[in-house]
Design a protein. Structure first.
Length: 171
C-alpha cells in the first residue's frame, strides 16, 4: 500500500486530520499544538520504513470509509534493547470512541510485536486518560512507573504513566 503514492498521500492527509482534530480537542498524543501535514507524513514515512525491516508495525482502522484510528510501535534502536518496542501512538477518532477500535488496533499491534520477536512492549500515557489506561490494563499491560506532574500543558500538570506487556508469557 505505501508504495502507491496516491494511497500514501490520502492516508497521510487522513492521519493528519485525525491527529490534528484530537490534539486540538486536548488529546494526549505527544503534541501540545496540532501537528502539520508534513510532520504527520514524515512520521508515517519513518514508521513504514522501519516496518519494512521488521522494526515497526502500523495499523489503521476505517469506519464508514473514513480513517477512524491508527496506532504503531517501533523497536528500540539500541542493540541491547532490540527485543523491546514502544507502542508510541494510538489514536481513535472521538466519534468512534466506545466502538472497540482502540481495543482492536492495540490487540493487532500486540500480535504484530509478538510475531516480530518483541519480548516486551512498553507505552506511556497521560495519567488523566483513564479510558486508555483501562484499555491497556484489560489487554494485559501493567504499570511499572509513574512520573508525577511530568506532563505540562499550559498551567496544567499530569502524571506520565508507564506500562509494559511481557510478550514472553502466553496471553
Amino acid at each position: 500500500m505505501w508504495t502507491e503514492p496516491k494511497r500514501q498521500a490520502e492516508l497521510a492527509r487522513s492521519a493528519h486530520r485525525l491527529l490534528a482534530d484530537l490534539v486540538s480537542g486536548g488529546a494526549a498524543l505527544g503534541w501540545v499544538d496540532p501537528p502539520s501535514v508534513d510532520e504527520v507524513t514524515d512520521l508515517l514515512d519513518d514508521v513504514v520504513h522501519a516496518a519494512r525491516s521488521g522494526d515497526a508495525a502500523l495499523r489503521v482502522a476505517y469506519r464508514d470509509g473514513r480513517l477512524a484510528g491508527l496506532g504503531y510501535w517501533r523497536r528500540y534502536a539500541r542493540p541491547t534493547h532490540r527485543p523491546h518496542a514502544d507502542l508510541e501512538k494510538l489514536a481513535v477518532d472521538a466519534d468512534a470512541h466506545g466502538r472497540g477500535i482502540g481495543r482492536a488496533l492495540t490487540a493487532a499491534l500486540i500480535e504484530d510485536a509478538r510475531s516480530a520477536g518483541i519480548e516486551v512492549l512498553t507505552l506511556d500515557a497521560r495519567g488523566d486518560n483513564v479510558t486508555a489506561l483501562g484499555l491497556y490494563r484489560a489487554l494485559g499491560f501493567t504499570e511499572y512507573g509513574r512520573l508525577a506532574d511530568f506532563v505540562a500543558v499550559g498551567q496544567a500538570r499530569y502524571d506520565k504513566v508507564l506500562y509494559m506487556r511481557d510478550l514472553r508469557r502466553q496471553a
